[in-house]
Design a protein around this ligand. Structure first.
Ligand code: SAM
Length: 257
């Protein structure tokens, strides 16, 4: 694609140019015949073009109007590209899946990576799997275990709804312009809703948010207005613990209690 496009910092535009990492990401996405693949933030097409060559058809969601025309031109000789020119946070991914399940992929705009992850959780039942590149620091948080310094709301919410599989690290030099931090690729596989065991998603999200909102406090204090002593008792979770000590299953029991 033309290089005349000036990257927009406000849209988290760091374009991937290292062919080795592009190939590794496409291999990780691994589209199979019959898969409906949706890419978030195609940008200048670093992943789009190889995905189209391999898979023949692709849907992309891109917010930057300036990139839409060049993407369409680039894709026309290669395969069928459906371009949705919208903010991904406004896209109903369940409706897009049309009763099936989509494969989601993308080198995400880092400035809104967490909102995008939470948005996908709202549509997890319509997603087969996701392969995303994000800041390495975010991937570390997504996969963190209880007791780790970086274990937090993102870890609990992601791990409750998905298997989190960190794949590999990508250095700043693989992008133009180079970001200031390392990046990492992660695969997320939504769990079967029947096995997750969360009775009320909103309640679960509320408990986790409140617990980590004051992560230095004991749960008794952090969840003073949210959980009663009887609920701690029923869940088998100690009110003397802090949020970072409670595993995902503990939060599920507490929210269900
Ligand atoms: N996939 C390309 C690559 O790897 O070179 C571009 C990745 S760049 C990190 C993120 C892309 O997401 C940009 O193309 C940007 O315009 C797009 N983007 C930013 N915010 C968006 C939003 N809210 N919805 C959809 N796309 C967005």
């Amino acid at each position: 694609m033309t290089t005349s496009h000036t990257p927009k910092k406000s849209l988290g535009q760091n374009f991937l140019h290292d062919a080795r990492y592009i190939e590794r990401i496409v291999q990780a996405i691994d589209p199979r015949p019959g898969d409906r693949v949706v890419e978030i933030g195609p940008g200048q097409g670093a992943l789009t073009l190889p995905l189209l060559r391999r898979h023949g058809a692709l849907t992309v969601i891109e917010f930057d109007r300036d990139l839409v025309g060049p993407l369409a031109d680039m894709a026309a000789p290669v395969g069928q590209l459906e371009i949705i020119h919208r903010d991904v946070l406004q896209v109903d991914l369940t409706a897009l899946a049309g009763g099936g399940r989509i494969k989601l992929a993308g080198n995400l705009p880092y400035n809104i990576s967490s909102p995008i992850l939470f948005h996908t959780l709202d549509h997890a039942a319509a997603i087969r799997d996701m392969v995303f590149m994000l800041q390495k620091e975010v991937v570390d948080r997504m996969g963190a275990a209880p007791g780790s310094k970086v274990y937090g709301r993102l870890s609990v919410m992601l791990q409750a709804y998905c298997q989190v599989q960190p794949l590999f690290v990508v250095p700043p030099g693989a992008f133009r312009p180079a970001p200031k931090v390392d990046s990492a690729v992660v695969r997320l596989v939504p769990r079967d809703p029947a096995t997750i065991g969360i009775a009320d998603r909103d309640r679960f999200a509320h408990v986790v948010r409140a617990a980590f909102g004051q992560r230095r406090k004991t749960l008794r204090n952090a969840l003073r207005d949210v959980c009663t002593p009887e609920q701690f008792e029923a869940a088998g979770v100690s009110a003397d613990d802090r949020a970072e000590q409670v595993d995902v299953a503990g939060f599920v029991r507490l929210a269900n209690a």
